[in-house]
Design a protein around this ligand. Structure first.
Ligand SMILES: C[S@@+](CC[C@H](N)C(=O)[O-])C[C@H]1O[C@@H](n2cnc3c(N)ncnc32)[C@H](O)[C@@H]1O
Ligand code: SF4
Length: 374
C-alpha cells in the first residue's frame, strides 16, 4: 500500500509528428543542466509531502526521453533512490525514439538504471512511416529493437494501425512480421485524430479519409485474434503482454494506484499530507521551469479528490483493463444500474469483478459514460 509510481515527463522532440497531441515541443537547444536541476527540485518538493513510500516503478515518458543525456537520467534516478528508495523489483522504463537510440546510448541508459525500453516504431512500412512524419526508416526501427533486445531483459514497442488506405490484409502481414521481434510486450494503437494536430486540420480539409467505425472494429478484432494466437493477450485496450510481463507503470495507472507526475504537463494522483490529490503541472516547458525556480513546483492544478471523485476515476481507469474493476471498490447504487449494459452485452459481472466484454471494450467510452451517469 505504501508503493508509489513515478512518471517523469520530458517534453522535447526532434520534430513534431503530425498525429501527436502529447505535450512535446521542438526547440533549437535545451539547457539540460537547468532542467535536471528543476526535476530534482520538484521531486524534493513532493518528497516533503508524500511521506515514506517505496518506489515500485518509474516511467520516463514524453516527448522523447531518449533525447535526455544519460547522465541526466542517472542523476534523477539517484535522487529518487536516495529520497524514497527503490523496491527490489522496481521497473524503470524509458520511451525511446529510433532516431535517438544508438547502441552506445542504450547501453549507457542501462548503466544509468533503466531496465525496460519502450520503442516508438509506429510502422514497419516506408510509405506509412512517411505519412506519419517519422524521421526513421523501418530498418532503423528494427535495428533499435534488436539492440534493445541485447541490452535489456524487458522491452516493448509501439505500432499504429487503422491508417488511411491501409487494408486489414496489409495490417495482418505487418503484425505477423513484427511478432518475431516482440519479447513479451507490445502496444498497438489505432490511429486517432486528435484536436489541434496537423492531422486534424488535414483530415477536416479532406486530405485523407479514415476507416469507418465498422472497419476500425474489424482491424481491432484481427489484432486481438493474431495476438491471442501468439500468446500476447490484451491486458488493456491497446496493450498486449504475456502473463506476468504487463508494464508495471501501466498497471499502477489503470489500477488507480498512486503515481507522482513530475515535469511539464505531467499528471499525478498522489497522497499529499494524507489526502489523495489530482495534480497537473504547467504544460509549457519554459513556464514550468520558471515556476519551479520560484515555487519549487510547477503545479497548475492541485485538487483534493472526494470519495465520490475517487470512485468514478477508479471506474474510468479500471474499465479500460481486460480484468475490469473489483466489485468491492464500487458503490452500491452503481451496481444496481448495470442491467442496461449487461443486456447489451457490453459488460460482464462476475462474483468479484465488473469487466468490459470484448464488444464493450470497443465501445469503452460510451460504456464508461453510461456507468458514470447512473
Ligand atoms: C509519447 S509517444 C512515444 C514515444 C516517442 N516520442 C516516439 O514517438 O517514438 C507514445 C505513443 O503513443 C502513440 N500515439 C501518439 N499519438 C497517437 C495517435 N494520434 N494515434 C495513435 N497512437 C498515437 C504512438 O505509438 C507513440 O509511440
Ligand atoms: S509521437 Fe513521439 S516523437 Fe512524435 S511528436 Fe509525439 S512524442 Fe514526439
Amino acid at each position: 500500500v505504501n508503493n508509489l509510481a513515478i512518471y517523469i515527463h520530458y517534453p522535447f522532440c526532434k520534430s513534431k509528428c503530425p498525429y501527436c497531441d502529447f505535450n512535446s515541443h521542438v526547440r533549437d537547444s535545451v539547457d539540460t543542466n537547468i532542467f535536471t536541476k528543476a526535476y530534482l527540485t520538484e521531486l524534493d518538493y513532493f518528497y516533503q509531502h508524500t511521506g515514506d513510500k517505496t518506489i515500485s516503478s518509474i516511467f520516463f515518458g514524453g516527448g522523447t526521453p531518449s533525447l535526455m543525456p544519460t547522465s541526466m537520467v542517472a542523476t534523477i534516478l539517484e535522487a529518487i533512490n536516495k529520497k524514497w528508495g527503490f523496491a527490489d523489483d522496481i521497473e524503470i522504463t524509458l520511451e525511446a525514439n529510433p532516431t535517438s537510440s544508438e547502441a552506445g546510448k542504450l547501453k549507457a541508459f542501462k548503466d544509468a538504471g533503466i531496465n525496460r525500453l519502450s520503442i516508438g516504431v509506429q510502422s514497419l512500412q516506408a510509405d506509412q512511416l512517411k505519412f506519419l512524419g517519422r524521421e526513421h526508416s523501418a530498418d532503423q526501427a528494427i535495428q533499435t529493437i534488436k539492440t534493445a533486445s541485447k541490452v535489456f531483459d524487458k522491452y516493448s514497442f509501439d505500432l499504429i494501425y487503422a491508417l488511411p488506405q491501409q487494408t486489414i490484409t496489409q495490417w495482418r502481414t505487418q503484425l505477423l512480421e513484427a511478432l518475431p521481434l516482440v519479447n513479451n510486450h507490445i502496444s498497438l494503437y489505432q490511429l486517432t485524430i486528435e484536436p489541434a494536430t496537423q492531422f486534424y486540420h488535414h483530415y477536416n480539409a479532406g486530405k485523407f479519409t479514415m476507416p469507418s467505425n465498422e472497419v476500425a472494429a474489424d482491424f481491432y478484432e484481427a489484432t486481438q485474434e493474431i495476438c491471442d494466437k501468439h500468446n500476447l493477450p490484451a491486458y488493456e485496450i491497446s496493450n498486449h503482454a504475456k502473463k506476468g510481463y504487463e508494464c508495471k507503470h501501466n498497471l499502477a495507472y489503470w489500477g488507480y494506484q498512486q503515481y507522482l507526475g513530475i515535469g511539464p504537463g505531467a499528471h499525478g494522483r498522489v497522497d499529499i499530507n494524507g489526502n489523495l490529490h489530482a495534480t497537473e503541472m504547467l504544460k509549457s516547458p519554459e513556464k514550468w521551469l520558471e515556476q519551479v525556480n520560484v515555487k519549487k513546483h510547477g503545479l497548475k492544478h492541485n485538487i483534493e479528490l472526494t470519495a465520490q471523485d475517487q470512485l468514478e476515476e477508479r471506474l474510468i481507469m479500471g474499465m479500460r483493463q481486460i480484468d475490469g474493476v473489483k466489485l468491492s471498490q464500487l458503490s452500491q447504487n452503481k451496481l444496481q444500474n448495470l442491467f442496461f449494459l449487461n443486456n447489451q452485452n457490453l459488460i460482464e459481472v462476475t462474483n468479484t469483478h465488473l469487466k468490459p466484454t470484448k464488444h464493450g471494450l470497443l465501445l469503452i467510452n460510451q460504456v464508461i459514460e453510461h456507468l458514470l451517469k447512473n
